[in-house]
Design a protein around this ligand. Structure first.
Ligand code: ADP
Length: 476
């Protein structure tokens, strides 16, 4: 709740800030600067009329158009020559025209204005005035026009409308507009913030569930791209966490099972030797043999665990060299000769005389050993294991059996540690569940491609690829 109200208040605050900014700007322009803006506009208008008149004088075309323009702009105008003689007059504002009512009747005023225009640097002047008689503000504009045939003086007079009442109306309107805008922006800010906050609040709830260990929780997508992306990332993380948790549970179950079972056996057989078979060499040797098998298994398990954790923590560095993969395949088969003969397995190797690849020979040997060992463990009724070497840009090593195969749903997980397809495996055929995880980690460290193709009932092909250095087609 605290979280949601914070977003709301913030959004509302920024909206109000924006509103205040906009209203303040409008207020300044509409009310504070309106008088000077109006006056500047008026001066610009008057100047425009003066420009026209100047053009008229210079081209000797003082005609009716100038009169119309003066009337339209609400100015009255007079033109004098240098001697102070009135040449032209447009009285469009009648009694309100200060020039015609007051100035032209007083020659001192006329010469005063002429002098002003002459002395001004820009040859023109703007004079604000108060018409006391009419209680009105006005301005007089004067300009000197220098022509070939003498100097002329244009004087224009415009009244300035009182703006007080307009400003008052604007002020009143502004108060209503301000109230309405505040109300609307508050409403809009609330709507917007709850729309924006809703997916985040939902996400927060899901995250809390996740924190409590619910890995089935789903983060919902929203109409905002960024939030949807976050939801996807979190869903992915949740899935991964879920898998890790499964793995952790499996790990504990497997490790305790794998360690506990041999320990129980060792304990039982040790007690048997102590209590029963200690004096019977034949029985004692049998019991000792069982103990040795179990100790060997424990040893293998601990070794595999260490190897895997070293590989995964990248402590173990690869010793990358060029070597003959064909020789390594033969070597791996030789290592298993005992088992192969005992189980009467037919191993077919389809290969080249010599293929040089790049990699860590010892570790790649472990991978091949694991693949072949698994193929033998899961061998089909044909008792055949096929080892194939395919040479292209890379060298692809395939180990195929025609056994039970692996179900599609198990395929993505067999490279995980302690993953065993058959959870109720037999002790005799029991592996450590770490072989493929180790093989995967070694191949990952080589940045090699690897995988498995398998169909239930048809068998499996485990493969990996290494960079090719050279291939010898015939023995040389
Ligand atoms: P394990 O020590 O149990 O063999 P691995 O990591 O080598 O552990 O293999 C993981 C699981 O993958 C095995 O338990 C087995 O179910 C499955 N598997 C591996 N190789 C094969 C294969 N050639 N045919 C069928 N299943 C296989």
């Amino acid at each position: 709740m605290k979280f949601s109200s914070r977003i709301r208040i913030r959004t509302w605050f920024y909206f109000i800030l924006l509103t205040v900014g906009i209203l303040g700007t409008l207020w300044i322009f509409q009310i504070v600067f309106i008088s000077s803006y109006y006056r500047d506009t008026k001066v610009a208008n008057v100047r425009m009329v003066a420009d026209e008149m100047e053009y008229g004088i210079l081209n000797n075309e003082i005609d009716v158009d100038i009169q119309i323009m003066a009337v339209r702009n609400n100015v009255c105008a007079v033109i004098y020559n240098g001697e102070g003689t009135l040449l032209y007059q447009v009285d469009s504002v009648g009694l309100g025209c200060y020039l015609t009512q007051r100035v032209i009747k007083n020659p001192t005023n006329v010469s005063d204005y002429i002098q002003r225009a002459q002395e001004s640097k820009s040859k023109d002047f703007v004079l604000p005035l108060e018409n006391i008689q009419l209680n009105q503000s006005m301005l007089v504009y004067g300009r000197e026009v220098v022509a070939d045939f003498g100097n002329y003086y244009i004087f224009l007079n415009a009244t300035l409308e009182p703006l007080d009442s307009t400003v008052n109306i604007l002020k009143d309107q502004f108060i209503y507009v301000t109230i309405a805008v505040f109300f609307l922006s508050t409403l809009f800010a609330l709507l917007l913030s709850s729309r924006m906050a809703r997916p985040i609040i939902k996400m927060n709830r899901s995250a809390q569930k996740l924190a409590e260990g619910d890995y089935k929780v789903k983060f919902e997508n929203s109409e905002y791209g960024e939030i949807s992306q976050l939801a996807e990332t979190l869903n992915y993380a949740t899935e991964e966490l879920g898998k890790m948790d499964e793995l952790r549970k499996d790990l504990i179950a497997n490790v305790s099972h794998d360690i506990k079972t041999p320990l129980t056996m060792i304990k039982a057989y040790t007690e048997m030797i102590r209590d029963l078979s200690g004096n019977n060499p034949k029985k004692r040797d049998e019991h000792l043999e069982v103990i040795l098998t179990e100790v060997n298994h424990l040893d293998r398990l601990v070794n595999d665990m260490t190897k895997l954790s070293q590989l995964q923590s990248k402590v173990l560095e690869l010793d990358i060299k060029e070597f003959d993969i064909v020789e390594l395949l033969d070597h791996s088969v030789n290592l298993m000769q005992g088992l192969i003969q005992q189980e009467q397995i037919d191993i077919e190797v389809m290969s080249y005389p010599k293929v040089i690849v790049k990699g860590d020979e010892v570790k790649i040997g472990q991978v091949i050993y694991n693949f072949v060992n698994n193929a033998i463990k899961h061998i089909g009724s044909d008792k055949k294991v096929l080892m194939q070497l395919l040479v292209d840009e890379n060298v692809r090593i395939e180990v195929t059996d025609h056994g039970d195969g692996i179900a599609e749903e198990d395929l993505p997980y067999i490279w995980d540690r302690y993953y065993k397809v058959d959870k109720h495996y037999q002790r005799q055929t029991m592996g450590t569940g770490l072989g493929l995880a180790i093989a995967g980690a070694i191949l990952d460290a080589h940045h090699a491609k690897f995988g498995v193709e398998s169909k239930v009932g048809e068998g499996s092909t485990f493969w990996f690829e290494l960079p090719l250095v050279k291939v010898y087609e015939n023995e040389s």
